[in-house]
Design a protein around this ligand. Sequence first.
Ligand code: 6LW
Length: 523
Amino acid sequence: MHTFRNPVLPGCHPDPSICRVGADFYLVTSSFAYYPGLPLFHSRDLVRWRQLTHVLNRPGQLPLRGLDVSDGIWAPTIRHHDGTFYVVSTLAVNRRGRLTFVVTAEDPEGPWSDPVPLDADGIDPSLFFDDDGRCWLTACRDAVAGAGPGELWMRELDLDRLKLVGPTHVLWHGAVRGAWVEAPHLYKHDGLYHLIAAEGGTESNHSVTAARANVVTGPYVTDPRSPLLTHRHHSLDAPIQNVGHADLVETPDGETWAVTLGVRPIDGVHTLGREVFLVPVSWSARGPVFAPESGGVRLLERLPSMAPVEGNGDATTGRVRFDKPELGLEWNSLRGPVSDRIKPSADGGGLDIDLSPEPLSSTGVPAFIARRQQHVRFRARASISFRAAHAAEEAGLAVFQNQDHHATLGLTADENGAAQIVLTVREAGISSRLASAAQAGLAHGAQPHAPHADETLLEVEADENGYTFRASGDTLGTLERSFFSTEHAGGFVGVYLGLYGTSNGHAGQGRARVHWFDYEPAG
Ligand code: 6LW
């Protein structure tokens, strides 16, 4: 059997949605408070994905300032109809305030329109185009005000005016009422309307459930086979857990596949966030059958029929020298653009970071860019030159879950102005200094070929046990892997690895130069 390796998109890429136009597949995922928003990927074989753009990449489209990292842009759906791409999604503000919106584009690479707000209550919107060319928006809302998702509903979307019109149809309350039904997607197959949803919450009880109807607006009858896909009964050491939130797509050959989110925990905790897994689907008289051969999501799965070569889910690896005018699509900032403070230098020699008063613990826009951790075992390194003017200035490498939970390895100065390196952890909103070393005392012999006299090599290396922080080869400390897990940090995201510079609330003119950054999976 020719196989590919799941996940097809490793690292924090939750709530995948997929559509096909001819031979091309497009996929979007949630982006929370990261900027730009809504990464959009392309593939010809469902296995190898390449990011094309972000759907939301202009600052005015994304009012994310003040938000927790796990709020922001949630659970998009992408569809294509009559020459136009549509993405619907929700801006979650402080977890409870929600704004559903739609954006459109003719070319998936953009430009995408500005978001058009829709008068839609709830989260996880999706679109379905029926045979008459009418468009239906489905979403989930609280069954009881403030009690969490519980009711799937539908309204027609007038495509000319991008406005919801006509009555609201209540579709379904899930296979088990009160079990947090969400993520509805609708498909028509063999004359029947199939509603696929997520149920059980996005953690260990997560699942895919279904209902169907003869008429698009219902009534929808629960598929008694529900859950159609779940790993909730798998043992705690099973490699893939929490699967659910699926979206289906048909290949040009007539195969059906689902993308779904899942996590890869070790010892009960995961650090990579919710990742995208690809699952085969067949159709029976009763509806879709997920993973018909295995009954679950597998790390090694048979290739889709049109995938010519054995492949792997893609990850972005290797050295970045910041010698192009634009940063690669893998880089994100928090809550807004930072291009006024962080930019490839005009001389092509690296990345300049102008320190911002806002620290990583703020809910503003700190001078910080980050990429996803995509492997449990990895090494990330940055070669940095920075001379702090005073003890409040720092610049360096960050391992980041959220504003209240992260670690930094920073170049700073002590009270006397002597250069030093400090390892700081922030846990549950409280920062503490774990270790420090005088910069002058470091074993510079570890980098004999360093071309810049003042450069320091900052490094974090991780495995199943922990994250070890080094500066110019000297170890400053190790933090347990569980510290960086979503289970410990809370929220909906995984770990990001980044570069930052802050003057911690003080005015400052400091500038750091990052000569290069690299990220490599380790064996
Ligand atoms: C997403 C929803 C969910 O909108 O988490 O727990 C939200 N369920 O489906 C963010 O990923």
